[in-house]
Design a protein around this ligand. Structure first.
Ligand SMILES: Cc1cc2nc3c(=O)[nH]c(=O)nc-3n(C[C@H](O)[C@H](O)[C@H](O)COP(=O)(O)OP(=O)(O)OC[C@H]3O[C@@H](n4cnc5c(N)ncnc54)[C@H](O)[C@@H]3O)c2cc1C
Length: 407
């Protein structure tokens, strides 16, 4: 017999427990929002693959990715954030209450924060899956450089990450082979990195090549490249192959609901809001200039505060603004036209006494409430009747017109 799915209700559901999701969790938990982080694999995300993080502020001696992420999780737990280790299968994000589906549970939430990060792109060559991560195919030079001291290693790719990580590897390995898909001399990295790499005697470039297959028994032993011009095989004996050929955002489950870029990253504004009200996105899953722990942390903080404000404003609209008959004056305190209209609002306030309510909403601080009322230009006056926005008036209204709505 099929088991019935459990339903759990939260203020905030965070999808993904990497640096961005954990930080959003810390902010939401501290704001006393009922918050859960759903993580399908290791809490801490991609940063846990990094043996040493030297550029995260506050750790002058450096720290391990795992150690740093454990501290993040400890802090989130301290503020009452719950954790669930499972895969989010689908989401329904439109509307006031959002739904997040996992295998056993349906989570209902007032807001959702997408923090699902991404994963390294792989070559798709034969037998690649057998050697991923700890079996010889690595995506982290920092993690696996020391283990390759005095050995020969291979890099796939010629972008900034490939070349900079390759240069780093030359401090440990005797030889760093670099497989480049392009013609001799053409690389995807910046010019400075390119010049340094071409000058480095430990780096050997194999131009016009792609990976054909990986070979080995328990562990990787050989990478077989294909020469794109001659079709010849080029076997290279290495215990570790580092792949740096791009990154794929984990956004498959959001397609069709959330606006994504051509490459599949989530589009947000500077407040980390997506195209759907009450849905935020943070960290590596978003289109951004710099994908690092420190920027993921910044995003998480912004979305955490945004989620808190969104919930508070939704509550205010429901329990205070739509609950009573009256007008809402949405204005921008920094705008002259709004200032002129404030005098009219004072007159209306006099006329309204005991008959209907008058609420002023300054959109200079936040447009959250006006957005929910469907007011996107200012100044405007909304007539609230029967629990909804009955009409929106511009600055040319007459006092009689306003009062008549409530007679
Ligand atoms: C090899 C390597 C070295 C790096 N070195 C550094 C460094 O030295 N300094 C630095 O600042 N940054 C470094 N970075 C970058 C840094 O790790 C990332 O920018 C950061 O981890 C991004 O955090 P995030 O929370 O956005 O995403 P992630 O860390 O990717 O976390 C996303 C999480 O979401 C989970 N998830 C995805 N889909 C689902 C789903 N459907 N259901 C449930 N959970 C889901 C994933 O399992 C993952 O744990 C490095 C990255 C790599 C790969």
């Amino acid at each position: 017999m099929a088991r019935e799915k459990k339903i759990e209700e939260y203020d905030v559901v965070i999808i993904g427990g990497g640096a961005a999701g954990l930080t959003a969790g810390i902010y939401c938990g501290r704001a006393r929002l009922k918050t859960i982080i759903i993580e399908k694999s290791l809490v801490g995300g991609l940063a846990t693959y990094t043996n040493e993080i030297e550029n995260y502020p506050g750790f002058p001696e450096g720290t391990t990715g795992l150690g740093l992420m454990e501290l993040f999780q400890k802090q989130a737990k301290k503020f009452g954030v719950k954790f669930k280790g499972t895969d989010v299968k689908s989401v329904e994000l439109e509307g006031e209450i959002k739904t997040v589906e996992t295998f056993r549970t349906t989570y209902k939430a007032k807001t959702v924060i997408i923090a699902s990060g991404g994963r390294p792109r792989i070559t798709g060559a034969d037998r690649e899956e057998e050697f991923l991560y700890d079996k010889g195919i690595s995506f982290c030079a920092t993690c696996d450089a020391a283990a390759n001291t005095g050995k020969k290693v291979m890099i796939i790719g010629s972008g900034d990450a490939a070349i900079e990580e390759g240069m780093f590897l030359t401090k440990f390995a005797d030889k760093v082979y670099v497989s480049v898909i392009h013609e001799e001399g053409k690389m995807d990295c910046n010019e400075i990195a390119k010049a340094e790499a071409l000058d480095n005697p430990k780096m050997e470039f194999i131009w016009n090549s792609v990976v054909k297959r990986f070979e080995g028994s328990e562990h990787l032993e050989k990478v077989v490249l294909k020469d794109l011009k001659s079709d010849d095989e080029i076997p290279i004996v290495v215990p570790t192959c580092f792949e740096f050929i791009g990154y794929i955002p984990n956004t498959e489950i959001f397609k069709g609901q959330i606006d994504l870029t051509e490459r599949g990253y989530v589009l947000t504004n500077e407040n980390k809001e997506t195209n759907i009200e009450g849905v935020f996105a943070v960290g590596d899953v978003t289109e951004k200039f710099l994908k690092q722990v420190s920027t993921a942390v910044g995003d998480g903080a912004v979305a955490g505060v945004g989620a808190e404000r969104y919930i508070a404003e939704s509550e205010m609209v429901k329990t205070q603004i739509l609950a009573k008959e009256g007008i809402v004056f949405a204005y921008d305190a920094s705008d002259g036209k709004s200032h002129e209209m404030l005098k009219d609002i004072e007159t209306i306030e006099e006329m309204a006494k005991g008959k209907f309510s008058v609420t002023r909403v300054d959109v200079y601080k936040s447009k959250g409430i006006s957005n929910r009322l469907g007011i996107h230009e200012f100044p405007k006056l909304a007539i609230i009747k029967n629990g909804k926005v009955h009409a929106i008036l511009n600055e040319e209204f007459s006092y009689n017109e306003v009062v008549n709505y409530f007679n």
